[in-house]
Write a protein that binds this ligand. Structure first.
Ligand code: PGA
Length: 248
């Protein structure tokens, strides 16, 4: 994995948008894997800016999101569906039918997991997957546990994740306890992965991801085994790393 440290979140956003711009130029019908949360917001803003400047054309791009809370309808302002339309899709020329998020409101969620897994598979493969990382090392909603997960599945969120995400809700009781997420294997199939971490709350998870053993107790550590994973950090998120683990 390549580890790059930047001055700030905006420099990371510009670098990431550069990668997306190159990909779309090379392959206008490319498939992007997308994430929600605070971390990718500067990148989404940069993508919107470049679209407005005529530098990015999303008319053939397809997207697949990582995860969604269980039980929140699309119209709920805390759903990831709502987030993606608010922060990106409604502001660029992507076709609605080319955007895909797992649904958290199906009657039979277990069977629906297989449907979403198949949809991702039938996309022809994700060319570039953006990821954030949880304070506990989760990617998507793959929480620390005994084994790496494989396919799209339902998870119970850990107390740490519930606490970390309560800032988006009126109170902690409102944070859903379950979610649907791509599995680790689903994520690892992406051609290229960019994981972004910013802020000091992520420093320990970043250290474990890069310098610790590959273990499902730090799900992001699996990226050590990916053929093309870049970890982009701001100074605070990189604070615990030794210089030799940084590539530039
Ligand atoms: P954040 O979430 O970007 O809001 O910090 C990241 C994550 O939980 O994966």
């Amino acid at each position: 994995m390549k580890v790059k440290v930047f001055q700030d979140a905006q420099s990371i956003a510009e670098y990431t948008a550069d990668q997306i711009q190159k990909l779309i130029k090379r392959k206008p019908e490319c498939v992007l894997g997308l994430a929600t949360g605070s971390t990718p917001v500067p990148t989404y803003r940069e993508m919107i800016k470049r679209y407005e400047q005529g530098k990015l054309d999303f008319s053939q791009v397809k997207t697949y999101n990582l995860d969604e809370y269980l039980g929140l309808p699309k119209e709920n302002s805390q759903s990831f569906y709502y987030f993606m339309w608010e922060n990106l899709f409604s502001k660029i020329n992507i076709l609605k039918e080319n955007t895909h998020l797992p649904s958290g409101t199906e009657a039979d969620m277990e069977s629906y997991c297989k449907v979403y897994e198949k949809q991702v598979e039938q996309s022809g493969g994700i060319d570039l997957h953006l990821l954030g990382i949880g304070n506990n090392g989760h990617i998507g909603f793959n929480e620390p546990e005994e084994n790496f997960s494989q396919h799209v599945h339902i998870v119970s969120l850990t107390q740490e994740t519930i606490q970390a995400n309560k800032r988006f809700f009126e109170n902690v009781q409102q944070v859903p306890r379950k979610a649907i997420t791509m599995g680790i294997e689903t994520i690892m199939k992406a051609e290229k992965i960019i994981l972004i971490a910013t802020g000091k709350a992520k420093a320990k998870a970043v250290y474990d991801t890069i310098s610790g053993p590959v273990t499902p107790w730090c799900p992001a550590s699996i990226l050590q085994r990916h053929k093309d994973a870049e970890i982009l950090l701001d100074l605070e998120a990189a604070a615990l790393l030794k210089d030799e683990s940084i590539n530039c």
